[in-house]
Write a protein that binds this ligand. Structure first.
Ligand SMILES: C[S@@+](CC[C@H](N)C(=O)[O-])C[C@H]1O[C@@H](n2cnc3c(N)ncnc32)[C@H](O)[C@@H]1O
Length: 356
């Protein structure tokens, strides 16, 4: 096993026939809970899933007694113990397992212009994903309010979507940079966009004090573990010039309660766990920031749009990735939709000001 790697929640999923999966179900439900065992049952199918059926089953309602067991088993101490073991593992293992799948695979379902892998703003029910991501990019651009010559850094820049929008606006590439822990994304940004994107861990990185006018992150803070939030908020604060601003788009748990279903996140983001809204607020305010703007956004239409795009491109997807990876993303979009639909998660956007 590699650095800090644990036996729990392996990064890879092997195909298993129906009998094997049926036997594995109780073995996994006992330590990890029924949601985890059920999603893994689907992911391990040697055939691509019947997508609509999987969507219906994952997003549908369950009888109250099943819902209770789903939320409370494994009991809190066991839940924490399992997760803590996983949260000691090197971030790189989990990030690489999720993002270094294949750039072309992601191109099959993300919006064509920017390739945002984060919640879009659907203003009307008939907005396309492209339009909705444009709305989001424009909204965040307004929050960042970038000016040519300003030093701007994105933490967790993905395929360079927001860097692209900022560059369209300022025409300044020199002062714009990003960080990612995905080698595939570094390659993509270099070859396609020519952006300065560094392969590094933005959590452990040492930042130069007062080096940036703006530091922002879109959908990357979800990978920051609860105990890392306050120290990282302080690092971001210190790396900003006086009067600098941070823009922060991320989803978090509405309440501090960590239900057993949170264990399912290890199927998709091994080594990451969502944090509570209140803990983020305390961390940023504790670091010295003043939160000057907040908004809440609905992730569900984006998740359904990615799901539809992936299903529409199933043939090509299965040429690029194995069946279990395909199944994993199909269940990921549906399970995440359910998480937001039940009001457990909340997507927020903040602007934070460092005093001048
Ligand atoms: C959901 S993607 C969002 C990408 C992009 N911001 C967007 O809006 O499309 C999360 C990004 O955060 C990066 N990331 C997560 N944890 C990281 C870490 N500790 N250090 C560097 N990058 C990280 C991932 O590599 C990925 O690029």
């Amino acid at each position: 096993m590699g650095p800090g790697r644990t036996l729990f929640f392996p990064e890879r999923h092997c195909p298993v026939n129906l009998l094997g999966r049926s036997l594995l179900f109780p073995c996994e439900a006992l330590p990890y809970g029924i949601s985890y065992a059920y999603l893994n049952f689907l992911i391990r199918s040697p055939q691509p899933l019947d997508e609509e059926r999987a969507w219906r089953e994952i997003t549908g309602s369950v009888p109250p007694v099943i819902g209770f067991v789903r939320d409370h088993w494994p009991l809190r101490p066991l839940r924490w113990w399992l997760l803590q073991a996983k949260l000691r593992q090197d971030h790189l293992l989990g990030i690489s397992a999720h993002y270094d799948v294949s750039n072309e695979f992601y191109e099959l379902f993300l919006d064509k212009k920017y390739m945002f892998y984060t919640c879009a703003d659907f203003k009307r029910s008939d907005d396309t994903l492209e339009q909705a991501q444009q709305h989001k990019a424009d909204h965040i651009l307004g929050l960042i309010d970038p000016k040519p010559g300003e030093k701007i850094l994105e933490l967790g820049c993905g395929w360079g979507a927001m860097l692209k929008r900022i560059y369209e606006h300022t025409g300044d590439k020199e002062n714009l940079s990003g960080i990612t822990l995905s080698q595939e994304q570094v390659k993509f940004n270099k070859e396609r966009n020519g952006f300065q994107v560094e392969f590094d861990n933005f959590i452990t990185r040492q930042y130069q004090p007062q080096a940036y006018d703006v530091i922002y992150s879109i959908g990357a803070w979800e990978h920051v573990r609860p105990h890392e939030i306050a120290p990282l908020a302080k690092k971001v604060f210190d790396a900003l010039k006086p009067g600098g601003r941070a823009v922060h788009h991320y989803f978090c748990r509405v309440t501090p309660e960590l239900f057993a279903t949170a264990i399912c996140s290890q199927l998709y983001f091994p080594g990451s766990i969502g944090s509570a809204y209140v803990d983020n607020m305390k961390a940023f305010e504790g670091a010295g920031f003043r939160i000057t703007a907040r908004s809440i956004h609905d992730y569900r239409p984006t998740l359904r749009a990615w799901f539809d795009n992936l299903v529409a491109n199933r043939k090509r997807a299965l040429e690029l990735v194995d069946v279990q990876t395909y199944n994993r993303y199909i269940t990921f979009f549906a399970a995440s939709w359910k998480y937001f639909d039940e009001g457990r998660g909340m997507l927020v956007r903040w602007v934070m000001q460092k005093p001048a």
